[in-house]
Design a protein around this ligand. Structure first.
Ligand code: FES
Length: 153
């Protein structure tokens, strides 16, 4: 009985993967199933949480030193494409200068994922907008560091 269940489960898993491969790139599937940089950074230097028109939320946390993105993490309650987008976007941002990270576009995320279906392209936009807002937050905190106290971080 257990063997039958295992075989049925493997068959189902294979068919789900085959369906995913018809729609999504291997890179997207990999970042969705094994997201990089998922989680929070305590006391981030930059932070933003944005809810997109689809109702899903993305949060991005940044650690910055000498105007370089030393660490970038994300969290989302969104779809698989938002997970893949947050994962690859934080990878793209890490190691960049703040101004370089600000220039990362939705298209850069789409290119890095080897594309997303048109209906899912907005997930990459949500990630990109959230990164830009997190950078804005960093720049505002840099100008007025005392405000960080009021934000509780
Ligand atoms: Fe909302 Fe993907 S459907 S972020």
């Amino acid at each position: 009985m257990a063997q039958e269940f295992d075989d049925a489960f493997k068959g189902l898993e294979q068919s789900v993967m085959e369906d995913m491969r018809k729609t999504y790139s291997e890179t997207t599937i990999d970042h969705f199933l094994n997201p990089k940089n998922l989680g929070e950074i305590p006391s981030p230097d930059g932070f933003a949480r944005i809810t997109g028109p689809c109702g899903d939320t993305m949060a991005i946390y940044l650690k910055v030193k000498d105007d370089k993105i030393m660490n970038a993490c994300f969290w989302t309650d969104g779809c698989g494409c938002s997970i893949a987008s947050g994962s690859i976007l934080t990878r793209l941002a890490k190691g960049k200068s703040v101004s370089g990270a600000q220039k990362i576009t939705q298209q850069d995320v789409l290119d890095a994922l080897d594309g997303l279906p048109e209906d899912d392209a907005h997930c990459a936009l949500l990630a990109t907008i959230t990164l830009r807002e997190a950078i804005k937050d960093y720049l505002a905190s840099k100008k007025e560091p005392w405000k960080r106290v009021y934000r509780g971080r």
